[in-house]
Design a protein around this ligand. Structure first.
Ligand code: ATP
Ligand code: PH2
Length: 162
């Protein structure tokens, strides 16, 4: 029997027409077999974390899926490629970045997939949009709710797209 799981994902873009790319990526996800888009946050304009580069647009979505974690990761990587992401170094500008943040209460530590996303708890550009749509979800490593984690980070680089 296939059991549905719930996953939180992060979307980001800082190259090209980011708003169009992010909307199109969500549309592709919504048409993907065995994936339902249950909720989506607003888009946020965020100061780039890491080396100097253009601001990002970031947002989050909640998916219901029967795809296991590694299959979902592959789905996301395929969509990234569809939107022309050229992989350079970590933290380089990108047309589309899709990350798995949470997957039920799974903790996974494979080289190709870490869940929860190890850097999510320190990233306002993830926690602020995620708190909009999943404030009560407990991040299983810290044991803290997303709303609580969001309160603990600096929101100054994150503003709702008007
Ligand atoms: N939770 C996860 N979500 C997405 N990719 C992950 C995750 N955990 C590990 N990875 C691996 O990370 C690889 C590189 O990801 P990517 O280039 O998007 O990193 P990044 O976005 O530059 O950095 P960051 O992970 O800090 O956001 C992916 O190919 C994937 O195998
Ligand atoms: N504001 C912001 N900064 C980043 C982002 C991102 O999505 N938004 N992604 C990064 C690498 O994944 C590095 N820095």
């Amino acid at each position: 029997m296939m059991v549905d799981s719930v996953s939180a994902i992060a979307l980001g873009s800082n190259l090209g027409n980011s708003l169009e790319i992010l909307e199109a990526a969500l549309a592709v996800l919504a048409k993907t077999p065995r994936v339902l888009v249950k909720a989506r946050s607003q888009w946020y304009q965020t100061k780039a974390v890491g080396p100097p580069q253009p601001d990002y647009l970031n947002g989050c979505a909640i998916l219901q899926t029967t795809q296991p974690p590694l299959v979902l990761l592959n789905t996301l990587l395929e969509i990234e490629q569809q939107f022309g992401r050229v992989r350079r170094g970590r933290n380089d500008p990108r047309t589309l970045d899709l990350d798995v943040l949470l997957f039920d209460d799974v903790v996974l530590n494979k080289p190709e997939l870490q869940i929860p996303h190890p850097r999510m708890v320190e990233r306002a550009f993830v926690l602020v949009p995620l708190a909009e749509i999943a404030p009560d979800w407990i991040e299983p490593i810290s044991g803290k709710a997303i709303a609580e984690l969001a309160k603990a980070v600096d929101w100054s680089g994150v503003k709702k797209l008007s």
